[in-house]
Design a protein around this ligand. Structure first.
Ligand SMILES: Nc1nc2c(ncn2[C@@H]2O[C@H](COP(=O)(O)OP(=O)(O)O)[C@@H](O)[C@H]2O)c(=O)[nH]1
Ligand SMILES: [Mg+2]
Length: 218
């Protein structure tokens, strides 16, 4: 059975991890990257059998990059750790990459109910992906919060952004490198109760993220 490391960037997601980690298929070896959590994210992750990596540089990109570097399997998956995704929906993405059908498989969010994806975040996402499709002929419709690819190939891209611009820098780099992309619809659920969004949960969060996107656009 092909194993794949699953990197979960987490900041204060302890309540979410309690519901999420038991649902992760055995195919995946979980690496929780914690940087700056004030709750017991790290303890909960360890108790539920995950490997915990502590990253001192704040930021989504810093957390994801630290997880990819700490990973050892040939394949790596990345997914938010807030309970908004179903980990078993990673399996068809992994199958696309291990079978050689794609160099990277990405998830395209489909809200399961109203209000899951704030209008300002959805608008920002639609704008940036439309821009990238037109500008560099990118082959995706979401900034891919869920994705699977080969670990070494990802590291070889030499991504620099350590904040929220990371996924946009990634999409640009794979498009320019000619990677074959497969895209799957994935259910987007409300994040776990007792946790809060660090990105799109507020207009200011979305604006900060948009600024980070702007910094990586070439
Ligand atoms: N380690 C770490 N994880 C982060 C940071 N910012 C966001 N995350 C994680 O990245 C994922 C996406 O962030 P989230 O707040 O859910 O963004 P949203 O879904 O757009 O509201 C979640 O698992 C967060 O815990 C950060 O600075 N450090
Ligand atoms: Mg989220």
């Amino acid at each position: 059975m092909t194993t794949c490391d699953l990197v979960l960037p987490c900041r204060d997601e302890a309540p979410a991890l309690k519901g999420l980690l038991p649902r992760v298929p055995a195919t995946f070896a979980v690496i929780v990257v914690d940087n700056g959590s004030t709750d017991d994210t790290a303890e909960v992750a360890r108790e539920l059998g995950a490997r915990v990596v502590t990253e001192t540089t704040p930021g989504y990109g810093a957390a994801v990059h630290a997880g990819i570097e700490a990973a050892t399997a040939d394949y790596v998956a990345v997914m938010d750790g807030d309970g908004s995704f179903d980990p078993d929906q990673l399996l068809p993405l992994l199958a696309d990459v291990t079978s050689g059908r794609a160099d990277i498989a990405v998830g395209r969010r489909r809200s399961v109910q109203r209000g899951v994806w704030p209008w300002h975040a959805r608008a920002g996402n639609a704008l940036i992906t439309a821009w990238l499709r037109r500008r560099i002929d990118m082959d995706a419709h979401d900034i891919a919060p869920m994705r699977v690819c080969r670990r070494q190939a990802l590291l070889d891209l030499g991504l620099q952004d350590r904040r929220f611009g990371y996924p946009v820098e990634l999409l640009q780099a794979i498009t320019k490198a000619g990677w074959r992309v497969s895209e799957h619809d994935v259910d987007y659920h409300p994040r776990a109760a007792g946790t809060r969004s660090k990105v799109s949960g507020s207009v200011s969060g979305t604006l900060r993220t948009a600024r980070d996107f702007g910094k990586v656009l070439r």
